[in-house]
Design a protein around this ligand. Structure first.
Ligand code: FES
Length: 103
């Protein structure tokens, strides 16, 4: 596991996202309306939709392709659909806003 400094919270709008590539995987970082930052693989478990282009609603993102809802804390798809995406640990330094991602 590697912990990396990947940017600052000020670079992501609330309810917005950012993507980054780590090894062969694309990761989507989301900033919720309460300011929390969460990270999941940027690929819907249904048919590979780009989650970073979806709408953030509470702590869920709606896949832009067929509207599956994915819980950004657990990576789980909301029922009645099933599946889950990998999640990654994110820490934000409260003093500086620096974001650290563990992959
Ligand atoms: S690809 Fe995400 S809901 Fe179908």
């Amino acid at each position: 596991m590697t912990k990396m400094h990947i940017g600052n919270v000020s670079e992501i709008d609330r309810k917005g996202s950012r993507t980054l590539r780590v090894n062969d995987m694309e990761i989507a970082l989301f900033r919720l309306s309460d300011g929390e930052v969460l990270a999941v693989e940027n690929k819907c478990p249904h048919k590979g939709g780009t989650l970073s282009e979806g709408m953030v609603c509470g702590d869920k993102v709606h896949c832009p392709l067929h509207d599956w809802r994915i819980d950004l804390h657990t990576g789980k798809v909301q029922e009645p659909d099933t599946g889950c995406v990998p999640t990654f640990e994110v820490e934000v330094d409260p003093a500086t806003g620096a974001i650290y991602l563990t992959v």
